[in-house]
Design a protein around this ligand. Structure first.
Ligand code: GDP
Ligand code: MG
Length: 455
């Protein structure tokens, strides 16, 4: 996500934060670099101009000259203003309506509307404990209705059937009526897209909008289209009152132009980011956290939240109490940890959000299929005897040969794993002395905040 922008910006900012004094000249130079980076990232020109203007004003003002660490204050200003450009705080979904709350989803073809409907249904069920019904008013392509049906069953949402011979407005009304009788909390209506903004589509979506009076009208745009995303969003907003934007395919977007342009160009906040094809690949959009990611300062907060959701709490507690008793982190524990990292989407998912690692995965993880690597490591540990797992020190040449043969790996693989385990063991010792993994992550989260916001 946003790798190329992050790379450029963090290089520029590293330079300026190293300066003991900020002069008009080095502020001007840095701003020129920042401006170039944003333009290259395909941020809309008006947004870039505004942004640079605001940063310049603050950077040349008292805020900086009276500070002991002008470079860092400059960084904070950039970070604040990036956050402001994307919208101050996440404004959440407004579902406070007489149930069912209706969400209408609109956008061009292929941007990820249907996928987003399923992701959103899943998210509302899992995070807000809402009962959700979805329906498709995309009557032009029968396959589109089937696609939603399939996704709905995958995420466990109710699906209200429709067919190509019906009118979109009739489908939407019937679905809402059905949801009301079934006491559903939320109805999400998927709609047809077109390749371009055209009048016929606008008429249809306007009719749909007025027939069901949605509390949320979400516009779905593809992040890869850069500032065009903001331009289409504005065209839609002129036709019907949008309440927010879902920015999809952010996982493939190195530049970040759409994320930075949408809010300013349309006045509407981004609510969610689509970060993959799977139905769980949806993130709530937090401008401050995304600003921090863009500046290469990581997003520890999301990581901690995800960890808390996904990690096996019981196992973590067991490990913590074991370590507290002075016992060692053994290879069984190591295997558990590997499985947990895997459940968080592997190393790539993690590394991307660690401070200082954004904008490119370090050589360690690059080009390496961590699914395969984890499988190999697990195979090695599984080929050991229980006592070898508890006391890896007994692993001598002949035992290693046996394990290599049993797991289909090599002696080198085993040596590498033993070494990695040794490093983990050391780290775990330090962590447990300080009060556990979550605390450590929280600590890093605070550190991030200090760097990004409250210098
Ligand atoms: P629609 O025509 O707007 O309904 O778009 P679809 O939901 O059918 O999605 C079009 C394609 O984009 C599909 O192949 C999806 O898997 C893919 N897609 C949707 N959202 C994302 C996302 O956030 N990341 C990635 N990588 N692919 C996505
Ligand atoms: Mg669709």
């Amino acid at each position: 996500m946003f790798e190329s922008l992050t790379e450029r910006l963090s290089r520029t900012l590293q330079h300026v934060t190293g300066q003991a004094k900020l002069t008009d000249e080095n502020v001007r130079d840095s701003l020129r670099e920042v401006r170039m980076a944003l333009l290259e990232a395909d941020v809309a020109l008006s947004v870039v101009k505004d942004f640079i203007g605001r940063v310049r004003e603050r950077a040349l003002g008292q805020e900086v000259s009276q500070s002991l660490t002008p470079g860092q204050v400059f960084l904070r200003i950039v970070s604040d203003e990036l956050t402001a450009t994307m919208g101050a705080a996440n404004e959440g979904l407004n579902l406070a309506a007489q149930p069912p709350a209706v969400i209408l989803v609109a956008g061009l073809q292929g941007v990820g509307k249907t996928t987003s409907v399923a992701k959103l249904a899943r998210w509302l069920q899992e995070n807000s404990k809402k009962s959700v019904l979805v329906t498709s008013a995309d009557v032009y392509r029968p396959a589109a209705i089937d696609q939603l049906k399939l996704l709905a069953s995958e995420v466990g949402a109710d699906f209200f059937p429709s067919s190509g011979s019906e009118k979109p407005v009739d489908i939407a009304k019937a679905a809402v009526q059905h949801a009301r009788l079934q006491h559903k909390d939320v109805v999400i209506i998927d709609t047809a897209g077109r390749l371009h903004v055209d009048e016929q589509m606008m008429v249809e979506i306007r009719q749909l909008h007025s027939s069901v009076a949605p509390v949320e009208t979400l516009f779905v745009v593809d992040a890869m289209t850069g500032q065009d995303a903001a331009v289409t969003a504005r065209a839609f907003h002129e036709a019907l009152p949008l309440t927010g934007v879902i920015l999809t395919k952010v996982d493939g977007d190195a530049r970040g132009g759409a994320a930075l342009s949408v809010r300013s160009v349309t006045g509407k906040p981004i609510r969610f980011l689509g970060v993959g094809e799977k139905t769980q690949a949806l993130e709530v959009f937090h401008p401050d956290r995304v600003a921090s990611r863009i500046l290469g300062m990581g997003d520890m907060l999301s990581l901690v939240e995800e960890a808390e959701r996904k990690l096996d709490k019981k196992k973590a507690d067991r490990l913590a109490s074991k370590l507290k008793k002075g016992k060692k982190f053994d290879l069984e524990d190591f295997r558990d940890q590997l499985q947990q990292v895997k459940s968080m989407g592997g190393l790539e998912g993690l590394v991307d959000r660690l401070p200082g690692m954004g904008g490119g995965i370090p050589a360690m993880a690059q080009g390496l299929d961590d699914g395969k690597m984890f499988a190999r490591m697990e195979a090695i540990i599984s080929s050991m005897t229980p006592s070898e797992r508890r006391f890896p020190a007994v692993l001598n040449g002949s035992r290693k040969r046996r394990i290599a043969a049993g797991s289909g790996t090599s002696i080198q693989d085993i040596n590498r794993l033993v070494k990695q385990h040794g490093q983990m063991q050391k780290m775990m010792k330090k962590v447990s002395a300080k009060g556990g993994m979550t605390k450590m992550m929280r600590g890093l989260g605070m550190f991030k905040n200090k760097q990004a916001g409250r210098v």
